[in-house]
Ligand binder design. Sequence first.
Ligand code: COA
Length: 393
Amino acid sequence: MSELKVGIDRVGFYTPRLYLEMTDLALARGEDPAKYHVGIGQDKQAVIPPTQDVVTMAANAATQILRPEDRSRIKMVLFGTESGVDNSKATAVYLAHLLNLAADTRAIELKQACYGATAGLQLAADYVRAHPDALVLVIGADIARYGLRTPGEVTQGGGAVAMLVSADPQIMALDAQSAYHTADVMDFWRPLDRTEALVDGRYSTNVYLDFFKQTWTAYQQQTGRTIADFAALAFHLPFTKMGRKGLRQVLPEASAAHQQELTAAFEASQLDNRNVGNLYTGSLYLSLLSLWRHGDLRAGDRIGCFSYGSGAEGEFYSGVLQPDYQRGFDDAALTTLLADRRAVSVAEYEELFQQQLPNNGQDVQLAVGADSAPYYLAGRQHQQRQYRHRMEA
Ligand code: COA
């Protein structure tokens, strides 16, 4: 009996139309720009206007990949985020409504720091293995906020990745085996009263590298595969230097020629992340998209993926590229989305940073004219967020 292939069929990505140049931020903070560009590995950082939150960003990503006939086949919406907008109601329920999905779907939010979308992807794959006709919509959407003038400020960003998981996927079939690891670690967290994360950045870097080593070793023991079986390794990229450190940890296991290939693949996998910044849950998936867009890959190539969520959970899993994988995403639209953004000054970024919906429950009407995205947040009335679709405005 041939095994059913299950995996990522289509991917959409959205980030708002504003960004901050890391040279400008470095100069404003009295740092050498080379520290940000080379030491941290970031060139631009998405700036999130108050008219976008994780729900609207997810809708703007998902709308790129949904066809009318998918809407009744989607049996689950699994929304990975650590920037949820309600302590009770799932972002996935708002999203299912905005996307006009059929009512016979499950809509759930998943939280474990930056790991949430990977949990969604694996749960989705298991569901589709049991229900091959179904589609599952998996989201990784976040706004990475560390605070003005903190060491983490250079590693902010935001956006959403939407993935459709199906049988006979167009982009990448997931291998059934994976290795995961959980431990109670205080490297990064966000108490309920805070809108910015607390982080012990260097400790977090060490835990990330340790979890990568542990899951990589366990994966090899489980599968009998070695680094020679991989055309590329993709990493969770809270900042691109982090993945570079991960790769360096295992490169000596590869032959000299293969080291060059893996390094070239890594360079491709971090290009888009460099220009968007941290997406938390979406970071590994933007990195995969960047690899598929810019890498020198072939159908049949096996890609290893390391997902990490502080707190902490890590997972190493793998997938095999399918013929026509480039048809599973809109390369030209993504290039345009990133190229058409407007640079903001540090002063404008600082002002926008303070403009989140205030935590006082009062009614707010946002100035929506500057936001051209299909889905946006118009404000809050009677403690309810007012989501809008541009066609309905
Ligand atoms: N030119 C080039 N590189 C430079 C430089 C310069 N002028 N100045 C410093 N650097 C390098 C440092 O050598 C260091 O590189 P290394 O990590 O390879 O040793 C890097 O830039 C960062 O310098 P560091 O002094 O450690 O920066 P920092 O104290 O400002 O903090 C982080 C950096 C990453 C710890 C901080 O941004 C942070 O906490 N970010 C959030 C962490 C996070 O995302 N955690 C979740 C992980 S999943």
